[in-house]
Design a protein around this ligand. Structure first.
Ligand SMILES: Cc1ncc(COP(=O)(O)O)c(C=O)c1O
Length: 432
């Protein structure tokens, strides 16, 4: 038989041996997601090293296991592995080795016991609510949320009997007063999108604990490089991995990080059955993204601070929203809770009427040649958005007004370009 043909026929055995050996190598199952790295290592080391598991081929970079299912030695082997699908690789809607590596790495970076990856940030929000709440339960949530999250809470979950009370996230009494006997979850985004309001995670966690409510924090704006909510008392961290974890605007992804018990007993059974699973390819892209996370976020924060300071002095600008500025109402809290102000800032343009404010905002956006006009954020490339007509376009005008999102508001997610070049790009439109 020609060598090439023989090699082809032997391939399935090689693949089976590959997975078998790899599984045997691990001391724990796919969902016992603690990294084999020492947790006391520094963040930057964990970002490039944790979660990695090598096969017999000893590949240096993590492998992409693009397979929908896994083969078994026998019917009995299949039966056994399906019985414990959280501890074995059987089908990629349940578990997948590349996704496990992503989960292990993110759990290490957030300081959590376990992580469950999802197909997007919204899939993570859907999963945490569907697996932890049921009809009749009540949620207390910040009113300053990403538009789709707001829509899920106010329009989708209500169809299943889960109601939400929205509160000013910076008002601790409002969180306390919103609690009812049916309250089962608190949900917070800090800093908020797009106005960068910063809320006190530690103080809210105490109120949630007293109410016996699960405290979920969307950490997408900061990423674990700047803020680790679990260490401040949150029960679950939620991510849109689409943002800083990828960092280059390539793939969608999401995740929930928390205790092993919560992730394995509540989240995993839901994701395994409902299927909002992260693809192996996307998990691999995210693994690569996380390796440069802290370098990127540090530089993007420095760029954002420089641009925010400049905008604050600009005659065409009404107000700048950026936690790194001394003028930000929660600046002191932000500096305590976060390592830096972050990469995202918003600014409001002057104008006598909402129509004029919108026209001014659109002029600035349309005059840019470097910034990308797009809804994503956390990219190495600066992105510019008009929240009132895009990310928050489906929110009712009343809710937008209550949240302080005016027609003159522009959100800038600052990238890695030279800050002076971004300033020049904005100045073109600001100069009128
Ligand atoms: C703060 C925040 N949370 C959640 C999401 C949803 O994430 P995804 O687009 O990955 O579903 C976004 C998306 O922009 C976001 O900005």
């Amino acid at each position: 038989m020609p060598t090439q043909k023989r090699a082809f026929l032997l391939l399935p055995f090689g693949v089976a041996l590959f997975f078998h050996t790899r599984r045997a190598e691990r001391s724990h199952g796919p969902l016992e997601t603690r990294t084999n790295m020492d947790d006391s290592l520094n963040f930057d080391t964990l970002a490039v090293r944790s979660g990695t598991a090598r096969s017999d081929f000893n590949e240096h970079s993590e492998a992409i296991f693009l397979t929908s299912s896994f083969v078994f030695a026998s019917a009995a082997d299949a039966a056994e592995k399906f019985k414990n699908s959280e501890d074995n690789y059987t089908y990629s809607r349940f578990t997948n080795p590349t996704v496990t590596m992503f989960q292990d790495r993110l759990a290490a970076l957030e300081g959590g016991e376990a992580c469950m990856a999802t197909a997007s940030g919204m899939a993570a929000i859907m999963s945490v609510v569907m697996c932890a709440l049921q009809a009749g339960d009540h949620l207390v949530s910040s009113q300053a949320l990403f538009g789709s999250t707001l829509g899920m809470f106010s329009q989708i979950f209500t169809k299943f009997g889960i109601t939400t009370t929205f509160v000013d996230p910076t008002d601790l009494d409002a969180w306390k007063n919103a609690v009812r006997s049916e309250t089962k979850m608190f949900f917070l985004e800090t800093p908020s999108n797009p106005l960068t309001e910063v809320s006190d995670i530690e103080a809210i966690s105490k109120i949630a604990k007293a109410a016996n409510a699960l405290f979920v924090v969307d950490n997408c704006f900061c990423s674990p490089a700047l803020q680790q909510p679990l260490k401040l008392g949150a029960d679950v961290v939620m991510h849109s991995a689409t943002k800083f974890l990828d960092g280059q605007g390539r793939v969608l992804g999401g995740a929930l990080v928390g205790s092993k018990q919560f992730i394995m007993e509540k989240v995993f059974p839901f994701v395994r059955s409902a299927g909002p699973t992260l693809s192996a390819f996307n998990a691999w892209v995210l693994l690569k993204g996380m390796e440069t996370l802290s370098l990127r976020v540090e530089k993007q924060s420095a760029n954002a601070l420089e641009i925010a300071r400049w905008l604050e002095t600009h005659p065409a600008v009404n107000r700048v929203f950026y936690p790194g500025l001394e003028s930000h109402p929660q600046h002191a809290l932000a500096m305590r809770q976060q390592k830096a102000g972050g990469a995202i800032l918003s600014f409001e343009l002057k104008g006598d009427t909402p129509e004029q404010m919108r026209a001014n905002a659109w002029r600035v956006i349309d005059s840019t040649k470097i910034c990308s006009i797009t809804g994503n954020l956390g990219d190495t490339r600066t992105t510019i958005t008009h929240p009132a007509t895009t990310t928050h376009g489906r929110v009712t005008p009343e809710a937008r007004a209550a949240a302080g999102i005016s027609e003159g508001l522009i959100r800038l997610a600052v990238g890695l370009e030279n800050a002076a070049d971004i300033r020049g790009d904005l100045e073109r439109g600001l100069a009128g």
